[in-house]
Design a binder for this molecule. Structure first.
Ligand code: FES
Ligand code: FES
Length: 184
């Protein structure tokens, strides 16, 4: 049994502590925005914020995540209003979208420490693989997100998600919410 805070909600996973965090998030917590790409730490599709650092959740067990604060793509913002999300859409830096959640998480972590990154700094900080090859647009999007974060520019809100957040995050038997939120 492993306890942690996921997207501001305390959760208790009734699973083997050796279970990769990626599986717990996707299969138990129903937070399927975090993607399974390689399972080996190579692609970055599974990145989540753990205590503010972008880490590959396929390489972290829920035992290691005990007591930590996890943010998945579902928790980056409730309405796609995070500057990275806005800029990825505005710069059309998304094709199939499979890599996008991990990239958004990595970019959010980068901009928190460096709100005005150069192209070289972005390439060094974003190791994520994209089979669709959005890299040039990605650089533009992250730099634009930095300008939005620094209040030098605004972008209209990204389209609303097609699924309600409470549906996406509905509970399943493998987890127990210690302090469930009031219905929103
Ligand atoms: S699935 Fe974790 S790095 Fe590829
Ligand atoms: S947009 Fe398709 S893998 Fe990156």
């Amino acid at each position: 049994m492993s306890r942690m805070t996921v997207n501001d909600r305390p959760l208790e996973f009734e699973m083997d502590p050796q279970t990769p965090l990626l599986w717990a998030l996707r299969d138990a917590a129903n937070l399927t925005g975090t993607k399974y790409g390689c399972g080996n730490g190579d692609c970055g599709a599974c990145m989540v914020l753990i205590d503010g650092a972008a880490l590959r959740s396929c390489l972290v067990t829920i035992g290691e995540a005990e007591g930590r604060f996890i943010t998945t793509i579902e928790g980056l913002s409730r309405d796609r209003s995070h500057p990275v999300q806005q800029a990825l859409v505005a710069e059309q830096a998304i094709q199939c979208g499979f890599c996008t959640p991990g990239i958004a998480i990595a970019a959010a972590a980068l901009l928190r420490s460096n709100p005005n990154p150069s192209e070289a700094e972005i390439k060094a900080a974003i190791p994520n693989l994209c089979r669709c090859g959005v890299y040039p647009r990605l650089v533009r999007a992250i730099q634009r997100a930095g300008r939005v974060a620094r209040r030098l520019e605004t972008i209209s809100a990204a389209p609303a998600p097609g699924i309600r957040a409470e549906d996406a995050a509905r509970e399943v038997p493998a987890i127990r919410s210690l302090a469930p939120r009031e219905a929103e």
